[in-house]
Design a protein around this ligand. Structure first.
Ligand code: SF4
Length: 375
């Protein structure tokens, strides 16, 4: 048995509406070379302890509202045994949910597995594809091929799961404009409802980052694209996806009309959500709380933290949305100077009371966001 049951009341009690539920499953079949999450490959017995702790934590929660969306992330929750996934979801009230997403790695999805996901209530699958180009996939440590992704999407659709996200990374080792366009060609062929494109910032704690610091060559460490090249890939993605009818609605997220992630939108609209499991975050509208980040901390009930919402958080997260954000009068006053500066520099624009990033502002968004990170 894990530790969270030892002091479940240490969590923030969410009294208001809890429209989003996030469940963290930090286990993966392999550790990807660029990954710096507290997820990875752990001994088998650890998973059983983790699932026990997760069930205990979910049961200890005092449900006062029905969840609207459920998101299983990680890690690779698609690797959960079908009966374990069904048992976890059976702990949650409010079925059928408006959107129930499972993150999965391509390479192991069978017709039976897809049917078991649909039967458990999953109606959206997010595939960690990252690239469709063999050389790039190999260097990440992942094991799929483009053909396998295509076959597995067909299995998901045959099982009735017709809301598919594909994750792509701009900036993988060895990636060129030509190869990035090849991945986008596959997106065009496979026609997912949703695409996420992340610009890779190599973290020095990842295997790739450590190799780069050492000046080594493993994982293609000598062959990572420049920041300018990555920004160029991203802009190509914005244009190509728009031409496919998959429009950007958030810096990294693109969807066909009506297929935006309802769960992830809650993060950017500052709606409350609750997270269960290692490193899971919760937000009640005013206070943020977080479970222990590492598997060991979570199992031992350590590392919980809470913090009040930041002053500039509404702008900080809302500016990620393509539609922009409507600052309230106090925010206009409080952030008058940086807003003016970024308007003058062409990184922000206003439109009928809305504030949003320009195309250039999107590429320099970290610089903009820093000004709104005021505790
Ligand atoms: S990138 Fe995803 S699948 Fe790969 S190790 Fe990290 S969490 Fe696991």
């Amino acid at each position: 048995m894990g530790g969270p049951e030892a002091s479940p009341t240490a969590r923030v009690t969410i009294l208001g509406n809890v429209p989003g539920v996030y469940i963290s499953y930090p286990f993966c079949a392999q550790k990807c070379t660029y990954c710096n999450f507290a997820s990875g490959v752990f001994p088998r017995d650890r998973e059983a302890r983790y699932l026990d702790a997760l069930h205990t934590e979910i049961r200890a929660h005092h449900w006062q509202w029905q969840p609207e969306t459920v998101y299983l992330g990680g890690g690779t929750p698609g690797n959960l045994a079908p009966e374990s996934l069904a048992a976890l979801l059976s702990e949650l009230p409010g079925r059928p949910w408006a959107e129930t997403t499972l993150e999965a790695a391509p390479g192991n999805i069978t017709a039976d597995l897809a049917r078991s996901w649909a039967a458990a209530g999953i109606d959206r699958v997010s595939l960690g594809v990252q690239s469709f180009v063999a050389n790039e996939i190999r260097r990440t440590g992942r094991r799929h091929t483009a053909q396998i992704v295509g076959e597995e999407i067909a299995l998901l659709r045959a099982a009735g799961i017709d809301n598919i996200n594909i994750d792509l990374i701009a900036g993988l080792s060895g990636q060129t404009e030509f190869s990035f366009r090849e991945s986008l060609d596959w997106i065009d062929r496979l026609a997912p409802e949703h695409v996420s494109v992340y610009m890779l910032e190599v973290d020095e704690d990842s295997r790739l980052g450590k190799e780069m610091l050492l000046g080594g060559t493993r994982y293609g460490a000598m062959d990572t694209p420049s920041d300018d090249a990555i920004a160029g890939f991203y802009e190509i993605a914005v244009d190509r996806l728009a031409a496919m009818g998959i429009a950007r609605y958030e810096i990294s997220n693109f969807a066909r009309p009506g297929r935006e992630s309802r769960h992830n939108l809650k993060y950017w609209l500052l709606e409350p959500y609750i997270g269960f499991g290692a490193d899971a975050h919760s937000f009640d509208g005013a206070i943020r709380s977080q479970n222990g980040e590492s598997l060991e901390d979570y199992l031992a009930g350590r590392g919980r933290a809470t913090s009040p919402r930041d002053l500039g958080e509404h702008l900080f997260v809302g500016l990620r949305l393509t539609n922009g954000v409507q600052p309230d009068p106090a925010e206009w006053r409080r952030f008058d100077q940086p807003i003016r500066r970024f308007l003058d520099a062409g990184l922000l624009e206003t439109d009928g009371g809305l504030l949003r990033l320009t195309g250039r502002g999107v590429l320099l968004s970290n610089e903009v966001f820093q000004e709104f990170l005021v505790p």
